[in-house]
Each structure stands twice: as C-alpha cells, then as structure tokens.
Design a protein around this ligand. Structure first.
Ligand code: URA
Length: 267
C-alpha cells in the first residue's frame, strides 16, 4: 500500500509563500454605470445571460434588440443609454460576484426544488443582490467547496470538459481499501465503457478507509462511482480543494467572497 501522507493544502510546483488572502474584500465591483460603447456580446454576457460565445448565437438568431431594432451584426457596439432586450427582458450589466460556500450535507445544489427540499440557494440568498448560480454540482450528501457566480462565462469555462479545474475530495469508505483496488484506481478504471483517470490518490488515515482523491473530471457522481465500481460505499465525501481554493477559515455552512486575486487565478 502506498502510504502517502495526504495534505489537501500542499502547494504543488512553485513553492513561493502565498500572502493570506483578504477575505474582508467584498464583491468585485465593476462599474454598473456604462461609460463607453461595448460589444453587444460582452454586454449580454455582463448581464449574466450567458457566455460571450453563446451571446453571439443569440445575436445571429435575431433574438436581441437594441432600441427596438433586431441586431444581427456580431461586432455591434452598444452605446451608453441604449436599451438591449432579450426575451422581453431589458438587460442590465451587473456587478460580477464570486463567492465560495462550504456546503453542509442535506442541501441540493440546484437553484430550486419542486419537492421543496433545502437547496444551497438558501445558504447564499442574502450574500448579495445579484442572482448567483452554483458552478457545477455536489451531491446532496456531499459537503465542501462550492463556487457561486453570476459570471456565465467563467462558470462555463470552469465546467467545460477541456478546462476542468482540479478538485480534491476527502473520501470515507465503508471498509479499508485493498492494495489492488488502490492501484487499479491509480492506473485508470473503466466506467460505462470510458477510461477514468484520477490525478492522485492517497491514504489519509491509519486503517486505509479514508482517502484523498485528486481529479479534474466533473462527471456526475464521479468519485462515488469509482469506489462503488470496486464494491465500496462512500460514507462521507468532502470537497476540500477547488482549483486554488481551500476550506481554510471557512466553517461548514458559511460563505465568503473571493478576493480579486482568487478570481484572477480561476480565470
Ligand atoms: N463526485 C461524487 O460522487 N459526488 C459529488 O458530489 C462530487 C463528486
């Protein structure tokens, strides 16, 4: 058994000391008041509708009007004071907001639930006036780091398969993992005819039933499926690292705004 010590806060690569982030720093304020002409696709993305690329598609389809006129020209620039409309809604560029929640178990990662169950939105609804959305999903029983933003472009980038960000989970199993299974996961296992590779795997505790797993994939229930495939039940799953963000100074159920530096790291 590879008894690597698992440390989710371990810095990889460049080992320069990192200054403690300024968590008091509030939402990144970008001017809401438009002072110069901006490209229509950027205007739509800034209003939180979708990414710039998706905005181009809305423009091409003739779904956007400016001052009552359908605009299909991709390079069109919106001047201050012009009224941009999509699906009968006037679009207003908003402040970009980025916040990080340490999700407790028992909350769905959806924005609403037809059965009235608790959702993560209940935990961040008072954080800001802007309407933020969770980036990706955590299962209802999974705890740990979940990012929220109204920045559709960043959200899309972080969840796109080719840009999948690094995630580290602490996994508790119903029984100790065997040496063979440990090595099988590291060499890649096949789930639904697809080879799944993890970036790292390590034992956290002495009885080999708590592990750290580093993964880039963002597929549904990916961590649980890996272990279930080999006959284990995941009894606890906690996302302890998301990109360069850790749970440090963020108690369970609490959220904080990202610092400017942290947003730049994600972009
Ligand atoms: N993998 C899972 O199995 N569940 C999660 O919530 C996240 C990753």
């Amino acid at each position: 058994m590879t008894k690597k010590k698992f440390n989710p806060n371990k810095k990889r690569g460049n080992n320069k000391a990192v200054k403690k982030p300024d968590y008091k720093h509030q939402a990144l304020q970008q001017p809401t008041e438009q002072t110069e002409a901006i490209r229509l696709n950027k205007y739509i993305a800034n209003a939180g509708v979708c990414s710039r690329r998706e905005a181009d598609k809305l423009i091409e389809k003739g779904e956007i009007t400016v001052d009552g006129e359908v605009i299909k020209e991709l390079g069109y620039k919106v001047k201050p004071g012009q009224v941009v409309v999509h699906e009968k809604s006037v679009l207003k560029p908003e402040n970009r907001v980025y916040l990080l929640l340490n999700k407790p178990k028992g909350f769905l990662s959806t924005t609403s639930d037809p059965e009235g169950r608790k959702t993560v939105m209940d935990l961040v609804s008072k954080a800001c006036l802007e309407k933020v959305f969770p980036v990706g999903r955590l299962d209802r029983s999974t705890t740990g780091l979940l990012l929220f933003t109204n920045d559709g472009e960043l959200s899309k980038k972080l969840t796109q398969p080719k840009h999948q960000i690094k995630k580290i989970y602490q996994v508790s199993l119903n029984k100790p993992i065997t040496k063979n299974d440990f090595e099988e996961i590291l060499s890649g296992i096949t789930l639904d005819d697809e080879k799944v590779f993890v970036d790292d795997l390590a034992i956290v505790d002495g009885d080999n039933s708590t592990l750290g797993i580093e993964i880039h994939l963002g597929k549904n229930r990916i961590v649980k499926r890996i272990f279930e495939h080999l006959g284990y039940n995941v009894t606890k799953l906690d996302r302890v690292v998301y990109g360069s963000l850790t749970k440090k100074d963020l108690p369970r159920g609490k959220w904080r705004f990202l610092t400017e530096k942290e947003v730049l790291w994600l972009k």
